[in-house]
Design a protein around this ligand. Structure first.
Ligand code: AMP
Ligand code: ZN
Length: 116
């Protein structure tokens, strides 16, 4: 399934829920987290519905996952994050994943941060 009608991030991709977008191309979307842990808190997501990192494989998703990671420094710098940042992908129950659509967090900006 490339679009899950019950998935909140699929609804953001479809424009059914608003978001503060910072980047978009044919396969990725990046927007600000609604409850930021840091002065800059971005979410990098694939546009097609992939529930978790468990649902990826080296054979099928190497390029997509590489692009998600490779975008992080570029977007951090564009947001004024020049002193370092954190990246995080939560996976599954023990990984504390709340939204079941693959996403990579990018946290940055001057400390102290609310979390992280
Ligand atoms: P995780 O715990 O890794 O699944 O993180 C999910 C993240 O999605 C949390 O940091 C939420 O604040 C964020 N989030 C949930 N709903 C929205 C939304 N409508 N727009 C932006 N971020 C959201
Ligand atoms: Zn989805």
């Amino acid at each position: 399934m490339s679009h899950d009608p019950h998935c909140i991030f699929c609804k953001i991709v479809a424009g059914q829920i608003p978001s503060r977008k910072v980047f978009e191309d044919e396969e990725l979307l990046v927007f600000h987290d609604i409850h930021p842990w840091a002065p800059v808190h971005l979410l990098i997501i694939p546009k097609r519905h992939i529930a978790t990192l468990y649902d990826t494989s080296p054979e099928q998703h190497q390029a997509l996952l590489g692009r998600m990671l490779a975008l992080a420094p570029q977007l951090a710098l564009e947001q004024g994050v020049t002193n370092g940042f954190r990246t995080l992908i939560n996976t599954g129950a023990d990984g504390m994943q709340e939204v079941q659509h693959l996403h990579m967090h990018v946290f940055g900006g001057p400390r102290p941060w609310a979390r992280g």
